[in-house]
Write a protein that binds this ligand. Sequence first.
Ligand SMILES: [Zn+2]
Length: 311
Amino acid sequence: MFVFDAHVDTLYRLLERGETLAEAKGHVQLEHLQGGKGAQFFAAFVDPKYYHGLAMHRTMEMIDLFWQMVEEHSNILAFAGSAAEIKQAVAQGRLACLLAIEGGEALEATLAALRLYYRLGVRLVTLTWNYRNALAAGQWEGPEGGGLSKFGRQVVAEMNRLGMLVDVSHLNEPSFWDVVQVSKDPVLASHSNARALCDHPRNLTDEQIRAVADRGGVVGVNFCPAFLRPDRRASAEQVVEQIAYLINVGGQGCPALGSDFDGIDDVPGGLEHYGKLRSLEGLLRQKGFSTAVIEKVLGGNLLRLCAQVLD
Ligand SMILES: [Zn+2]
């Protein structure tokens, strides 16, 4: 079955540790990426320690690492910048690798950077991490952090024009609602859960889930135990519960996967590494979901969104 995950921080982990993918010992290792039909968004996460003067520099290093990784392992990995290229990679038996930026700080407040990132392969931008930046405010700022700035509106409009996915994960509520109003394309929450099941500011309210789903967007379920259960004692069961809840609130077209592997310290029991993603198929089947619904959740919904926005 085709499996498409919307968010891993493997590039960040590798760069921080000075490792190559072949040497990786985190949640995502080379052996996990082989075999099976799949696609993956690799995020270039801008750590706050690089915000002051080095955000673009660090982003370039991660983009460079992405391309080195894809070229070094071209027998199993292939770059994809569209749904058509994802399908092509899968048909060749390779994992389709898509490039994302997590943190609008990477733009250093110029649309020129956004356009050049697109040319370098970036197809998704998570507008903020947890703080306020030139575009919008992250969830740690709370509602008083304000919404989308004038520049943020220009960024969303330019992303719509270029054909890039606008990611609302990490945004505070005012910024979220501004983006949903401004974006002409459906948006995605690449790695966020339902707040009704785990009351954490990184998670989405039912109104937010409906707003994303009603416009054709998707929500990638995050495996971070703190976003799955208030006591953090999460297992794959809670991931399945999140999927079931998102279907109830947003419909079958809403849920996707956004594991956050290599970006989280703890993992749910049963989902210890990337190689276990595919075990969700069996767990969803045990819960009584049909093959058609499981196909949508594990990859079909995110591929549909990519086809609509990127192609
Ligand atoms: Zn994140």
